[in-house]
Structures are given as C-alpha cells and as structure tokens.
Design a protein around this ligand. Structure first.
Ligand SMILES: Cc1cc2nc3c(=O)[nH]c(=O)nc-3n(C[C@H](O)[C@H](O)[C@H](O)COP(=O)(O)OP(=O)(O)OC[C@H]3O[C@@H](n4cnc5c(N)ncnc54)[C@H](O)[C@@H]3O)c2cc1C
Length: 457
C-alpha cells in the first residue's frame, strides 16, 4: 500500500490521526518530511466524527502556539468560544465568576473535538501528509520494520514498511503495546477512582445560549462536581464527575431517575437546563479517568510515543491536548535539529518527560481544587493575594494557573515555582481574614527574598 521507504529518506510513519497525529503530520510535512499517517477510524470528513471521548476541550496558549505554527490557529479559533473564567454555581443557586487571568487577553477557548479534528486533517493533507483511514495498527515487526494494520470494515490486513513509527494513537496506544514486548517501558496506570459522564444543555427556544456562554461553569460539591463548557452551536456539554464507589457515586447513581434525583438535590439550577437528563445519562457511557506513567517513550530510532500514548492524564487542568500539541512542536524541532533519529527521540524524551510528569501532577491537584476549594474562604483569600502579588511583582510572581495556561514556561518550572508561591501564600495569609490587615512592606520583602525573577516564556 505504501512505497518502501529507505532509511536514509526523511520518511516518517504516524499512527493515529487524532489531535496530536494531525498536528505533527502538518509540522513535519511543512518541514519537507514525507509523512504517512494511519488512522483506525474512517475519515471524519466523510462519515462524520464518531466521538467517543469528551465532546469539547479547553484550548490554551500552548495549544494555540502549536496551531499557529501549523497554520491552523485562525481556522480553529473561528469555531471557538471564549471562556473568561470559572462561573461557580453554589448549592443555594448563587453564582460567582472567578476570572482566570488579568483581562480578556488571558482567557481559554472551548473547541469542539470533532470540528477541531476535521480542520486539522484538512490542514495536514494540504501540507502534503498522506492519510490512510480505516487502518488500525495491530502488530509491528521491529526487526524488519514492518507494521500490520487491520481495516475494521472487513477485517482485512495490510502491511506497510517504515523507517520510524510515531505513536499518536492515544491512551490505549497499540504502538505502546507493541513496544512493550520489545523493551521495558516502565508502564504503570493509576486510576483516579472517579469517572465521568456527559450530558447536554441545548440552546434556548430562540436559538441562544441558555447560560453565560463566556465561562467554564462549575458546580463544586466536595467529593464530586459538574462542569459545563460552551459549544459554538449554542449548546453546552455538561460533564458529571463522580467517584466510582460510595454515596453518591456511579455505583449508587445508575439510572436516569437516580441521576435526576442527584441533580435535583445537588445541582438544582442545572436541572431545567438539561431536558434530556435521563436519556443522556442512560445513553452515554461513563468514561474512566487515569494517569499513565512511562519511564521510556522510545525504542532507538524505530519508534517514539507522543501525546496521550506517552502520558495520558486526568482532564482537570484542561491540558492533555495542549501538552500533546506542545510535544508535537518539540518532536518536530528535535527531528529537524538532529539527523540521528535515535538521538532526536532521546532528546525529545529528555525534554518532555519531566514536563509531562509535572502537568500530570498538577492535573490531579486541580481536581481537588475544582471540586472542593473554589468556594473555600481561605482559598479565596489566597487567590486574592495571588492576584495582588501578580500585579505588584509581575517579574517574580505569576499565578500557577497562568504559568500553565497563558504562558509556555516548561510545566516543570510552573510546578516548582507554583509550590514555592503556594507556601508563601499560605504563610502570608495565615491568621488574616482579609488582605486589608497585611503588612505590605513585609509581604513585598518576602516575595523579593523567596522568588527569583521569572525566566522568559
Ligand atoms: C473528559 C475529558 C476532557 C478533556 N478535556 C480536555 C481539555 O479541556 N483540554 C485539553 O487540552 N485536553 C483535554 N482532554 C485530554 C485530551 O482529550 C487528550 O489529551 C488528547 O485527545 C490527546 O490527543 P492524542 O492525539 O494524543 O490522542 P487522541 O485524541 O485520543 O487521538 C488518538 C487517535 O489515534 C487513533 N487510534 C487509536 N488506536 C489506533 C490504532 N491502533 N491504529 C491507528 N490509529 C489508532 C484514534 O482513533 C484517534 O484518532 C480531555 C480528556 C477527557 C477524557
């Protein structure tokens, strides 16, 4: 099906034409690489997007930077909905908008996964990448550099030779499975013990958004929560996160009627917005949430993993795709800089693995923050001080959320500085009920002493 690539050529074979696969294909094709991409599913541009994972995603600066380099930013942003902050829905029905950044230059965007994938595939193809759909990787012979694909429509098998394989085939990566029979990857998966289910808020009768569109809505309830992200079709996708065990959990809330009872008790203001609550709850599968850790992402010059295939994470920082896109830029740059592919893959892993670990840890921490802290008094005071210090010392103090979301400082740097800043915030607000009682000269001195100037990002 494909010609026999020679090891000397700039030929590369990508597995998966999802989010990372399509962006990486574009970046490499633009640099003159001969790129072939094999995707298990049919072409979503012909048969519609099959879905399966979250319907919409929060796109932030790291992702936008990669899209910009791929020449896709404008097309994607034409379908995006801006989200200025978290709209917190309290149990008593009150709401409060907590801004993410300083102003509208620091916002995130909600994008539809299917629309995004279609745009990226068009751009990849235009850049010169060859896309093969209905080709699910089933096995790899690393000695002869030959891969076998199965067409899910008729179970026929197809062979393709390769110089190097890039696994952009997501959390359940078949390439990772094949690699693990060849080398020790140090793979472990930690399940969160919580799962998610998606529901829909349709538009109003006159076709508008039924709640504030420019926000990520959160209903924090301690051990569990609901969120809702806007879509450009004026709907919202609601995601209910619940533990797998205990009460309430997916073990006690199993039917549409039980889901309605939970919503009436805990998310009452959302109930009138979700007319098909029972149907959505019963039809849509519960998705598991887990973090995937590997110690090794590549096999010499023959294969490397990117995106979720290398480091799937829980979705609570909205960074899985953003991180995957950042991987694509890094890998394309390493391959450009280093003609020895084994060395390029090793350099890619050395750069990205510590950063993936850092965002995986921050994503886990953010779950606790979103579901349990956004309505706490001490948390709100720390956040108020965080904002003030960001204004008073923009060269030294930047809220961790901003470092991750609006800048491209390495995740590991954001994680480490975030830890130092958090200690400072806890110390400085201890015993205070408001910022008015703080001794600002002491506060400023502490910032200057404890935080070095931020590196440029
Ligand atoms: C509920 C939820 C919410 C999320 N929200 C956000 C968010 O707000 N912001 C954010 O940045 N991230 C978010 N994420 C994470 C994001 O979805 C992933 O990080 C991102 O999709 C990773 O991209 P990928 O290309 O590595 O994998 P995928 O998007 O999973 O793409 C993998 C592709 O490989 C194909 N494939 C699979 N197996 C094979 C095979 N054997 N052969 C060939 N092809 C194959 C698949 O069909 C698919 O097209 C969320 C995830 C979840 C679960």
């Amino acid at each position: 099906m494909s010609s026999q690539p020679q090891p000397s050529t700039r030929h590369i074979t990508l597995i998966g034409a999802g989010l990372a696969g399509a962006v990486l294909a574009t970046l490499l094709a633009q640099r003159g690489w001969e790129v072939e991409v094999f995707e298990k599913r049919g072409d979503p541009r012909i048969k519609g997007y099959e879905g399966g994972r979250s319907i919409n995603l929060a796109l932030a600066e790291r992702g936008r930077h990669a899209l910009h380099l791929a020449g896709a930013d404008e097309a994607v942003m034409a379908h995006a909905v801006m989200m200025r902050g978290r709209m917190v829905h309290f149990l008593d029905g009150r709401t409060d908008l907590q801004r993410y950044g300083r102003d509208d230059s620091e916002v995130i965007s909600s994008v539809h996964r299917g629309e995004l994938n279609v745009i990226l595939l068009d751009i990849a193809e235009r850049a010169g990448a060859k896309l093969h759909f209905n080709r699910g990787l089933s096995s790899v012979d690393f000695n002869s550099r030959s891969a076998t694909f199965i067409d899910p429509r008729d179970s026929s098998t197809h062979e393709a030779t390769f110089v190097s394989l890039v696994g952009a085939d997501g959390a359940g990566s078949a390439l990772r499975g094949a690699l693990s029979t060849e080398t020790e990857l140090g793979e472990r998966t930690e399940f969160l013990g919580h799962s998610y289910k998606e529901l829909e808020i349709p538009p109003t009768a006159d076709g508008g958004f039924s709640i504030e569109p420019n926000a990520l809505h959160i209903w924090p309830r301690g051990r569990y929560m609901c969120i809702a992200l806007p879509n450009d079709g004026r709907t919202f996708t609601v995601t209910l996160f619940l533990p797998n065990e205990g009460d309430p959990s997916f073990a006690t809330v199993r039917t549409g009627a039980e889901a309605r009872a939970l919503f009436e008790r805990d998310f009452a203001d959302a109930v009138p917005l979700i007319p098909n609550l029972e149907r959505d709850f019963e039809r849509n599968p519960a998705g598991l949430l887990a973090t995937l850790y590997l110690d090794r992402w590549h096999l010499d010059d023959r294969a490397v993993l990117v995106g979720d295939a290398a480091h799937a994470m829980v979705p609570f920082h909205g960074q899985g795709m953003n991180c995957a896109f950042e991987d694509c830029v890094a890998l394309a740059e390493h391959l450009d800089r280093e003609p020895d592919r084994a060395a390029a893959f090793a350099a890619f892993q050395a750069e990205r693995l510590p950063n993936a670990r850092a965002i995986q840890a921050m994503a886990l921490e953010n779950y606790l923050e979103m579901r349990d802290r956004v309505d706490d008094e001490d948390y709100l005071l720390q956040r108020a001080l965080e904002r003030k210090l960001g204004e008073r010392h923009p060269d030294r103090f930047m809220p961790r959320y901003s470092m991750v979301t609006f800048h491209r400082l390495p995740y590991a740097t954001a994680f480490e500085r975030g830890r130092m800043q958090r200690e400072l915030l806890v110390e400085l607000t201890r015993g205070h009920a408001s910022l008015d009682t703080l001794d600002w000269s002491m506060v400023d001195a502490a910032v200057r002493e404890r935080l070095s100037p931020l590196p440029a990002s």
